[in-house]
Design a protein around this ligand. Sequence first.
Ligand SMILES: [Fe+2]
Ligand SMILES: [Fe+2]
Length: 265
Amino acid sequence: MKIAWMTDVHLDFVDRETVDALIARLRASGAGAVAITGDIAEADSVEAHLETLAAGLDVPLYFVLGNHDYYGASIEAVRKRMDRLCSRTTSLCYLSGSEPVALTPGWALVGHDGWGDGRAGDYARSPVMLNDYVHIKDLAGLDKQARGERLAALGRQAAEHLHRVLPQALALCSRVLLLTHVPPLTTACWHQGKTADDDWAPHFVCQSVGEAILEIMAAHPQQQLRVLCGHTHSEGIDRPRPNITIMTGAADYGRPAIADTLELD
Ligand SMILES: [Fe+2]
Ligand SMILES: [Fe+2]
């Protein structure tokens, strides 16, 4: 089975013609499924864009959301909307609210948005102020310490989901594909060929998810995990353990593209 992977497509930056061209490329790829690792659009348009993609494809579309998908709303409101969307559109599957999916006899699929959880690098000294901290209701209007606590809680929530579903997936199949938006380790947080420094890592790494996958895969040394993520818009590959490969996908605003096509046997 072939799976076409896209990340950070930011479809709110392009016109309908560009979306239709993307759908045509996905259909021409011959993929039996499509995976999206977040930053699809913003809160007011993500649902409509997912419906457009689903209507144009005749294969399942598995996705997680990125920070931009929450701009203009609260995290809970958008996640609830996604769960409702996926219950009425059977080809769409939001992995943050889903059980493991058996893609092939050998490969299971899990996922969660993840979140830049303030735990990698040096949050206290970092001068970085993301638009997230203004445009997402849960994070707006907080002082730095309160925001750090909120970010850490979002990371823990992602890790808790993976502590539940990843062992279940490993019981189903020898290999697991994990979709997440935020790179789970600093060593996977690529920007133009380098990994994030202490100022950027707090906002661009989900350390709690990284710790979860390292712990779970150490207990399953004969099995393989492949992680697909985005958020940095720069590509790179990291192998933090012999049985974990993390692929971070490139993206360009205004030019949504297939990041890679994976063959799963
Ligand atoms: Fe993005
Ligand atoms: Fe992002």
